[in-house]
Design a protein around this ligand. Structure first.
Ligand SMILES: C[S@@+](CC[C@H](N)C(=O)[O-])C[C@H]1O[C@@H](n2cnc3c(N)ncnc32)[C@H](O)[C@@H]1O
Length: 243
């Protein structure tokens, strides 16, 4: 199965979200991943790569109208983009959506202040693994930032979640190779890179293939649990690279 088919199937099977749910979720989520929010709020021209239904962009536009963000979402899945168009219309926000390949984006060099992605860069291997980051750097303005959330290679929670999903044949993300700090530093030895780790216990429950109504309750509970000593082993690693 090629990767585009994987994502068309993934988004076709996904529950529809409503705007209220999206706002509430990201309000809680961003209390944890304040790094991303911090960078996005400093920018004006933003690009979300591999946006799917673009929940994050819609949240930003809805929550901070005074920022007058100019946000573009790019994805190659028509099904994901269709959900984004629908949600943006309900939320009454102006989100530009582009259907294209993130390895060769139809934007001029130096177009954006921040290029952000969630769960995208880990879906590439071989030459494409660096190409996706290079392409994001290309479209950034000078001194702009990439902010990427990727799974952390040494997180036991991530390993367990992936293992369980694969075991019960509920792994729907296709090829996924988690990152270490070392791998990213070696790709860009001359760049200023910041890594940020946080536990995200709720992501663990996302990984465990429970029926949706149970997983939703558990995730909501888990978001309230803070165990700072475990942050280093969190599922998600935020990577910030300055151009
Ligand atoms: C795990 S999903 C993440 C979606 C969204 N960022 C989120 O967190 O809900 C990965 C997304 O990347 C998109 N994607 C994968 N490879 C791509 C490519 N080569 N070009 C553009 N989009 C791609 C998929 O269609 C999918 O929507």
């Amino acid at each position: 199965m090629d990767s585009n088919t994987t994502w068309e199937e993934y988004w076709s099977s996904y529950d529809e979200q409503n705007v209220k749910e999206v706002i509430k979720y990201y309000e809680e989520f961003w209390r944890e991943t304040h790094v991303l929010k911090e960078y996005c709020l400093k920018g004006k021209d933003l690009l979300e790569v591999g946006c799917g239904p673009a929940w994050y962009s819609i949240y930003l536009l809805k929550k901070y109208p005074e920022k007058k963000f100019n946000i573009t979402g790019l994805d190659f899945s028509e099904t994901g983009l269709k959900q984004a168009r629908k949600l943006a219309k309900i939320a009454k926000v102006n989100l530009k959506l582009v259907k294209d390949d993130c390895k060769k984006m139809p934007f001029n060099t130096g177009s954006f202040d921040v290029v952000f992605s969630f769960g995208l860069n880990e879906h590439f291997e071989g030459k494409d693994r660096k190409k996706v980051w290079d392409e994001q750097l290309r479209v950034l303005k000078r001194k702009g930032h990439i902010v990427a959330l990727v799974p952390y290679k040494y997180s036991p929670f991530y390993k367990l979640g992936k293992f369980l999903r694969e075991l019960v044949k509920k792994w729907s993300f296709g090829l996924e190779i988690a990152y270490s700090e070392k791998e990213i530093k070696e790709m860009f030895p001359n760049k200023k890179i910041i890594f940020y780790h946080k536990l995200f216990l709720d992501s663990l429950f996302f990984s465990i293939p429970l029926p949706y109504k149970y997983s939703k309750k558990l995730r909501s509970f888990a978001r309230k649990v803070k165990i700072p000593i475990l942050d280093r082993f969190g599922w998600v690693m935020e990577v910030i690279i300055q151009k």
